[in-house]
Design a protein around this ligand. Structure first.
Ligand SMILES: Cc1cc2nc3c(=O)[nH]c(=O)nc-3n(C[C@H](O)[C@H](O)[C@H](O)COP(=O)(O)O)c2cc1C
Length: 179
């Protein structure tokens, strides 16, 4: 089973990316979590160039379609999700890559309520299946934990492993429905 993880931060030392990388280490044995690295390569969304299918957009779409589920984590910027995350999501609206895709929305900051609410609204509008039990808020920003410390933290790693198991279960349930 393959999960694609998308961080809404381009920062090298991003807490959101660290959170997703820690989840890759905590994943069940039959799940591989791959971090998407192309967010900064996407052109700015423009409906006029949609038909030309820019290579970076096609690559993101291919990776999403190939994934059994998505893990999404975005920082909050000015009470919204980041521009780069919104840009990526706008590119995916027309191609329906999100339709019925099980998605976990991870939040690295209990303060980031607006970004999480906005992400929930957008991804719901895109007809993805948000998996509530897999969508958790963990206090990474306040504690300044790095990837290794997140993966080793007894309480946080337990919450993240539980989220991963819930997402895995949602994928299995989706497969059964489609049979
Ligand atoms: C331009 C900008 C705006 C921000 N606005 C908010 C905000 O509205 N609410 C909030 O809780 N944090 C806000 N922050 C703090 C970020 O969410 C925080 O720095 C977070 O660590 C960024 O995630 P990252 O470590 O994954 O890059 C803002 C940061 C920046 C740079």
């Amino acid at each position: 089973m393959k999960f694609l993880a998308i961080s809404g931060s381009l920062r090298a030392a991003s807490h959101n990316s660290d959170l997703l990388r820690a989840m890759a280490r905590l994943a069940p044995a039959d799940v591989s979590v791959v971090l998407y690295r192309g967010l900064g390569d996407l052109p700015l969304f423009n409906p006029d160039i949609e038909a030309s299918d820019p290579a970076a957009v096609a690559d993101l779409r291919t990776q999403i379609i190939a994934a059994d589920a998505l893990l999404i984590a975005s920082p909050e910027y000015a009470h919204g999700i980041t521009g780069v995350m919104k840009n990526a999501l706008d590119w995916m609206v027309g191609c329906e890559a999100f339709v019925l895709k099980p998605v976990a929305l991870l939040n690295a900051s209990p303060r980031a309520v607006h970004a999480q609410a906005s992400l929930t609204e957008i991804v719901t509008m895109m007809s993805a299946r948000i998996v509530d039990d897999a969508s958790v808020t963990v206090p990474i920003l306040g504690s300044n934990l790095n990837e290794d410390e997140i993966a080793r933290h007894p309480d946080i790693s337990a919450v993240l492993q539980s989220a991963l198991r819930a997402l895995r279960a949602a994928v299995l349930a989706t497969r059964l429905e489609r049979q």
